[in-house]
Write a protein that binds this ligand. Structure first.
Ligand code: BJW
Length: 231
């Protein structure tokens, strides 16, 4: 099982959250990433995600060597590989991964608070945007998981954690739960070997058997080659 976070997309040109130049250095979580913020000021929250959606759709933003290596791992590994990402970008899909869970949702989807429809979405969203399914106005929100909301596909994730022999965490600071606790589930419940690949030691680094520090585009392809050389 592989868990990824914002660090894997940094070298593709997308921002992380908690680095010195990250998203939370310029925007407050309470203003854009909670259901209360959306209820209070949906226009503010739409503007935040509209800007990030436009950024993701810039042709300059492309998957990097780390995304490509994980797609190769899925193709070449003789057993099942589940990739769980906290990222709401689509760079893993574009690189070719298909056994993929977006536990914090997807930036290129919108969800209707009225009828529950989830639709692919590449345009800006606004407080007057009409749901294509129920025709309700102002009911659409980005299909992402904010603080206080339940991450997606948790049953599938919990089952994969309980069964995994190897758990690899890539490009995540280990500050946000439940993802930050996956290493302990994998290590102490499943008995998995656990590896961190991150630019710097994460908040949870001591929970891992092994940690390598450096840029994802260097560490991840090398780690995948090592794994595949053993099969
Ligand atoms: C590189 C690199 C390079 C840089 N190469 N590496 C008190 C205690 C414990 C928990 C809680 C608590 N109070 C509340 C909670 C729960 C809360 C929580 O965790 N809060 C903490 C802040 C304390 N969690 C929730 O509310 C979650 N829901 C929940 O728990 O529901 C209950 C439940 C659980 C289980 C089952 C059923 C129910 C929801 C969390 C939602 C998170 N949402 C966000 C925003 C939405 C998506 C978006 O807009 O994009 O998700 S917050 C933001 O943080 C985003 C990310 O996915 C998430 C994680 O960030 P990530 O990926 O780790 O990024 P960074 O920036 O933190 O780290 C990047 C790392 O990369 C750094 O270490 C760099 O060094 C590294 N790096 N360049 C390699 N080139």
């Amino acid at each position: 099982m592989v868990l990824t976070g914002a660090g894997i997309s940094k070298e593709s040109g997308l921002e992380t959250f908690r680095d010195a130049d990250g998203i939370w250095s310029t925007v407050r979580i309470e203003d854009v990433a909670t259901p209360e913020a959306f209820a209070r000021d949906p226009g503010r929250v739409h503007a935040f995600y509209n800007a990030r959606r436009r950024g993701l759709l810039d042709p300059k933003i492309q998957p990097n060597a780390a995304h490509a290596a994980l797609a190769r791992l899925e193709r070449a590994w003789p057993g099942p590989v589940l990739l769980v990402t906290q990222n709401i970008d689509d760079l893993h899909e574009r690189a070719g991964s298909s056994a993929l869970v977006h536990m914090h949702g997807e930036m290129l989807k919108a969800r209707c608070g009225g009828c529950g429809t989830i639709a692919p979405w590449r345009d800006d969203l606004g407080v007057d945007t009409v749901c294509p399914a129920c025709r309700g106005a102002g009911t659409l929100r980005p299909d992402v998981v904010w603080f206080g909301e339940t991450p997606l596909e948790m049953e599938r994730i919990v089952a994969a954690l309980a069964a995994c022999a190897l758990f690899v965490s890539i490009g995540t600071s280990g500050n946000v739960y439940p993802a930050a606790g996956f290493v302990e589930e994998a290590r102490y419940v499943a008995g998995a070997h656990t590896v961190e690949l991150n630019l710097e030691p994460s908040a949870g680094v001591t929970a891992f058997h092994e940690a390598r520090h450096g840029p994802a585009t260097v560490l991840v392809p090398a780690f995948v080659e090592e794994l595949l050389a053993r099969v």
